[in-house]
Write a protein that binds this ligand. Structure first.
Ligand code: SAH
Length: 272
């Protein structure tokens, strides 16, 4: 395990009580906090960084020291907001639910995201990142280890899933390191994982993106069944589905396979 330096987190002075429904688990280990912030690579040189859920500022402390950075935070918890305003009077805080925010207003230019995500909404955060994929250059975050591993898994792995594919279509994914339960207050029930995702060069997938999502979801509708079974509801001909390709299962296909499949199915449906 990593060598770590413990500090008493500021929450103990009575300002911020950890709230379960907001996914609050405060990181106590400053070495890990620093490692997370240092993992931000500023891929393609963006200048704006958003921290989701600063809480009592364990990551924030390291970020505010960076020069020439337009730094913005998003925090839903009123108590944490009060705490942060006291500690960093100049900090830009977007108060409220990150998921409900219209990011175009705040972020006219490309930006990066960092955070120890509230684990209960981490998938929703990534769906939002995908909605703004042409603005979000990079995300460095901590989330439930199981989810972190799944997002970064290559095809052929049982952990690979729908969100892994959607993200891998537009981002290069890296699993960085695992974080143990006992470095948080209160400790979560699960291990955590830190990942970094960097926007790749893809602008146009090479197929209809909405239909691509539909096809991926359909393929995973019955994970253990063959694609042939999963695609039966789409009214494709028996002939089309007879191809041995459809003997495969959803988790065996990579992004490029799904792009081709999306185009093939769309062409086939137009024909009939
Ligand atoms: N960064 C801190 C806190 C992590 S806990 C640390 O590492 O110790 C997750 C944080 O996300 C909490 O501060 C919580 O209040 C905040 N949060 C939860 N839901 C949120 C939402 N929908 N929008 C913005 N912040 C949220």
């Amino acid at each position: 395990m990593k060598k770590s330096k413990f500090v008493k987190n500021k929450i103990f002075d009575g300002h911020v009580t950890a709230k379960k429904h907001l996914g609050q688990h405060f990181l106590l280990d400053l070495t890990i906090a620093s490692d997370i912030v240092e993992a931000v690579s500023f891929h393609n040189n963006y200048k704006t960084l958003l921290e989701i859920g600063p809480g009592t500022g364990v990551l924030t402390d390291f970020i505010v020291k960076k020069k020439d950075l337009n730094f913005i935070t998003s925090e839903i918890d009123t108590e944490s907001v009060l705490f942060l305003k006291q500690k960093y009077p100049d900090l830009k805080i977007m108060e409220g639910d990150f998921l409900a925010m219209n990011l175009e207003n705040e972020f006219p230019e490309k930006f990066g995201i960092v955070g120890n995500f509230p684990y209960n909404i981490s998938s929703q955060i990534f769906f939002k990142v995908l909605d703004y994929k042409n603005l979000v250059e990079e995300v460095v975050c901590m989330l439930q280890k199981e989810v972190a591993v799944r997002l970064c898994s290559p095809p052929g792995n049982k952990d690979y899933g729908i969100l892994s594919i959607f993200l891998q279509a537009f981002y290069d994914m890296e699993y960085l390191f695992t974080v143990h339960e006992h470095v948080f207050d209160p400790p979560p029930k699960v291990k955590s994982g830190v990942i970094r995702i960097k926007r790749n060069k893809v602008i146009d997938l090479g197929c209809d993106e909405i239909y691509f999502r539909k096809i991926v979801k359909q393929a995973f509708s019955m994970r253990r069944k063959t694609l042939r079974n999963c695609f039966r509801p789409l009214n494709l001909t028996t002939e089309f589905l007879a191809d041995e390709f459809f003997n495969k299962r959803a988790e065996q296909l990579g992004v490029q396979d799904y792009i081709k499949l999306t185009n093939d199915i769309q062409n086939e449906l137009v024909k009939n």
